[in-house]
Design a protein around this ligand. Structure first.
Ligand SMILES: [Zn+2]
Length: 212
């Protein structure tokens, strides 16, 4: 785990560094358990890089301007947690870390994120993290009232509540092994829809409809 620092004045940097240190300690305390939980959904595991970022101007340029509600992102196998966008409570750290590690792990396993549609990737990360660590009430009203949650800078996306609910319904109470099998099937076939139909038994809906 590393710490990226902002290029600002000494005083501001000290405050950012303290917040980042605090978050880094929380992440260090939580990461063993969170990694174990995410691992149970993954066919293979390569440790992602987790960075605690102190200060908005320490963002990698490639991310562009992040919306206010974004507190963490994953680029490929690199997880970035933004210390200044707290408050970071222990329960939130576990859930958000779980969500981001899921993204990083699927990217590593599939080698190309394009194999998974972004909406499924987001909704599945949400499903896994909520299932493992429960729902944590958002503290910041900004996140609740964000007017737009569309793709930003090509990497930031959140599915609509409808898609999120649909995916959670689709995944239902499947055990972690179903996600492993699904990701293996996506990788083998390179076809998301075919894998989803096969593993999650999508066609049962068709069957029910055709039988009245
Ligand atoms: Zn996400």
């Amino acid at each position: 785990m590393s710490l990226l620092e902002a290029n600002t004045t000494a005083d501001a940097r000290l405050g950012m560094r303290q917040r980042a240190e605090h978050l880094r300690r929380l992440v260090a305390a939580a990461s063993g358990e969170v990694v174990q939980r995410v691992k149970s959904y993954m066919p293979a595991w390569v440790d992602p890089s987790v960075f605690v970022v102190a200060g908005d101007d320490a963002y990698p340029d490639s991310l562009g301007k992040l919306p206010d509600w974004v507190r963490a992102v994953t680029q490929r196998d690199m997880v970035l947690l933004f210390a200044e966008r707290g408050p970071w409570l222990p329960g939130e750290v576990s859930r958000i870390l779980c969500h981001e590690l899921f993204h990083a792990a699927t990217w590593t396993f599939l080698a190309q994120q394009a194999a998974l549609p972004w909406w499924f990737n987001e909704a599945a990360a949400d499903w896994v993290s909520t299932r493992e660590f429960g729902v944590v009430a958002r503290v910041d009203g900004v996140a609740q009232n964000a007017p737009s949650r569309r793709i930003q800078a090509g990497v930031i996306a959140e599915p609509s509540p409808l898609v999120r609910d649909f995916t959670a319904y689709l995944l239902g109470n499947f055990p972690p092994q179903a996600m492993q099998r699904f990701l293996q099937t996506v990788k083998a076939s390179g076809d998301f829809e075919q894998a989803a139909a096969q593993v999650f038994d999508l066609w049962r809906f068709e069957d029910q409809r055709s039988h009245g």
